[in-house]
Design a protein around this ligand. Sequence first.
Ligand code: 26Q
Length: 804
Amino acid sequence: MTEKNMRDFNDTGSLAGAIDFHLANTVGKTPDAASTTDWRLALSRAVRDKLIDPWFEATRRTYAQDNKRVYYLSMEFLLGRILQDAVNNLGLEDAARSALASHGVDFADVVCDEPDAALGNGGLGRLAACFLDSLSCLGIPAYGYGIRYAHGLFQQSFEDGRQVEMAEGWLRQQHNWEFERAECLYDIGFGGEVNETGGNAIWTPTDVVSAQAYDTPVPGWRAGWTNTLRLWSAKPKKIFDLEPFNRGEYMEAAAPEVLAETISRVLYPDDSTEIGKALRLKQEYFFTAASLQDLLRRFLTHNGDLRALPSKVAIQMNDTHPAIAGPELIRLLIDTHGFDFDDAFGIAQGTLNYTNHTLLPEALEAWDTRLMADTLPRHMQLIERIDARLSKDAAAAKATARIVEDNKVNMGTLAFACANRVNGVSALHTDLMKQTVFSDLHQVYPERILNQTNGVTPRRWLHGCNRGLRDLLNETIGTDWVCDLEQLEKIAPLADDADFRARFMQVKQDNKQMLTSWVKDRMGIEISPDAMFDVQIKRIHEYKRQLMNALETAALANAIRRDPDADWTPRVKIFGGKAAPAYLDAKNIIRLINDIAVSINSDPVIGDRLKVLYPPNYNVSMAEILIPATDLSEQISTAGKEASGTGNMKFALNGAVTVGTLDGANVEIRDHVGDDNIYIFGMTAEEVEAARAGYDTQAYIDQSPILKEVIDQIREGVYSPGEPTRHWPVLEKLLRDDYFMVAADFDAYWAAQRQVDKGFADKDAWARMAVLNTAHSGWFSSDRTIQGYADAIWGVASLAGESK
Ligand code: 26Q
């Protein structure tokens, strides 16, 4: 950033003037008529203006230096709110606050008026958003590519305890952060047939839609560097068919528009179930093909020879959702640029990389060969050729690995075969990749798999969401931690300093007080900020075992009722998360949790010793409120099933203690914070697999009187008095197929929770643990993760701070 810009940034007067200007000229309101939304739009415009120069400057430098660039292809970018993040990154908070205050407007109200950009389901999409932030913070020239869904993740409400979904509509309000690129359009074809002429394949699609670009600037810290997130929106290729309209057939006239726009209309709400929907495949190809055309065009304006592509471009495929990039890039190289298959494959493979985010079989994408051939006939031909190549390599390594099997195209194998590097997202997950799902491929290409443990951006997940802790850290160790998070180690010695511990815990208490008011306002429930706040927030999935938490909650209520005067550690259990609309078992668990909450919260014998909350519509913004106020972070997935987790990192960073299994990145969190500062319980990944043979749920229940009592109560309808059979499906599933071993781990979980009770009762010891969790969490910055990708996968360097 130039000095002049820096001056502008810090100039309260200039921001206030810009807000007034935009309120009048962009929003068209006078201050006395302006609503909170009007102020938000005016402030957003004023802030956005300040991004423009640094954005142009970064773009200019990227072009001037012509260094290797990163393209991050992701179906999901779970950005959350943008305004506050931009204000924080630019250091404009004080200026914005006072400018609005001079009009009697509250900054926090304005910031909270913005709807979340919820273009993602959960971990994978939020990771992509953290990566964008870190790429900009590190000054790495990069583009995010995705889909501009008109409707993000559905909104959740509860009716009678049941999840009800409503369409989300973030674009119904003015969206201030993007620049529409009406001129940036690419044709995307579907269907049709392939004809050979003179040895050349000519694909003639039956349907063609346009992909139109929308650009959002992504500012790094103090806008030292700004990258671009380019999202594609589907538009009809032909503007409008006047003929049916003139005949009065208005629906027919609109049909092509509707069909085209359907492609980018809505985010699929399933986060780990392969549903094989044709529209989903179209979405995947739509954004991948548009992105590849766009990046090739950019490459070719500077470079004549596509053989240099791997030295100038690194493409990261975020899971298999963009895995059609392999065949598509090869197709473009052969059919448009005249390469032969082997050369095209070599260029593509040198350019592409693949990140795997799950080993759950139901989440591994596989498309019917019929659907693939119908939708993308030329790609199906190329997939067969890639497969033939793979099977040759496999035979040489005495392994078997095929892309096409049982009339399915296995997208994980395709992505792997077309990638230069393949990575897992935690140490344990990467080991399991090598041992299980990708063992054959690992044998064929033993150098290809590597690990890059996930991370989270400290800008949003500490600096942005936890003002109290931010200020305490700034005062204690200076401000460099924001972009160099391992500096947090400096507070580790202060865990022994009673004064610092008191200040640290006062911050936590203040955050809990704020959450207490929020809960009162939102849910009308009174909780005590002195209780332990015990939080499990994430998508509802059987492997994440919210059910185990719910059963433990009910068991704890039983224990309290039996002996109300014992020395209980008061707890507030908070659940948050959405279930995929078609995932009935997960929805049943939601209803059970809500029923357990009603029963416990209305029991005067239990009182303040235990409260259960399930605020609806958990999203990024809710996480930003809950995480800083959490004492206990629940990370209790069946070992071997959670690839990494990133919520676990956000909690530890904000001084929560984890109760968790040795799964995903919990293992590395334990390594960093130390055994004494985390509660680990349950079977290891190896023990889980060993326990599968002859697993008997009923036997585990019979051995555990505590669990058995709760199961019996649920069966008798204790939590659904008007309808005793309501929760039988949950029990039936558990008894028939406890695949995620809730029963086997229950007693260990219960015991760990009783240790947690004791731990929390010792205020000093708990404060020590909390401080050390923050102190030792610096490694979990996504800056460290991105530096790892830059060094080991992409081979790119930072341009920030380099001479112009
Ligand atoms: C696939 C096919 C059809 C429809 C939907 C999907 C689909 C969509 C989203 C499959 C998976 C996802 C998302 C997966 C996900 O979020 N995985 C999480 O990724 C995080 C970041 O690496 C990890 O921390 C979590 O452990 C992992 O569960």
